[in-house]
Ligand binder design. Structure first.
Ligand SMILES: [Zn+2]
Length: 143
């Protein structure tokens, strides 16, 4: 084996373990939690760059919730560490609340009967054609 390959091998599988980690099911759960939790940052950054304004998409809260629950399970069932358990025991509350608010906001949009434009919740008249919007909620689609 060439010397460079030997170095790469010792870097990726030191001591015969992938990245030097002693793997088991709970390690995989914990690392999945880390990966999911980290990915939310990329999703939020992408959404913000795309809209050219700070945006927090619903996917961010789903990834936060999933990552936090995986890390909570890892802390509770594998690490059994009170500090770690407490750190993830309650984070799901704002994540779920933000998902509920996201959903309510999306459903509160109203589609204009005159031109089909989807108008945000506080609007009483269409921002495009001025038609009075129906007060029935939930007829518009999510933006
Ligand atoms: Zn309209």
């Amino acid at each position: 084996m060439p010397r460079s390959m030997e170095w790469l091998r010792s870097f990726i599988v030191p001591g015969g373990n992938f990245f030097g980690i002693e793997w088991n099911v709970w390690k995989a759960v914990g690392w999945c939690g880390n990966a999911v939790f980290f990915s939310r940052f990329l999703v939020q950054w992408y959404a913000t760059e795309k809209r050219r304004q700070v945006v927090v998409p619903a996917a961010f809260w789903w990834l936060s919730l999933t990552g936090a629950l995986l890390l909570f399970a890892y802390a509770l069932f594998y690490r059994r560490d009170s500090v770690f358990i407490f750190a993830y025991a309650f984070t799901w509350i704002p994540y779920v609340r933000n998902l509920v608010i996201h959903r309510r906001h999306a459903h509160a949009h109203t589609m204009c009967a005159g031109c089909g434009v989807i108008c945000p919740p506080p609007a009483k008249f269409c921002m495009e054609c001025g038609t009075r919007l129906r007060t029935v909620e939930g007829c518009g689609a999510a933006p």
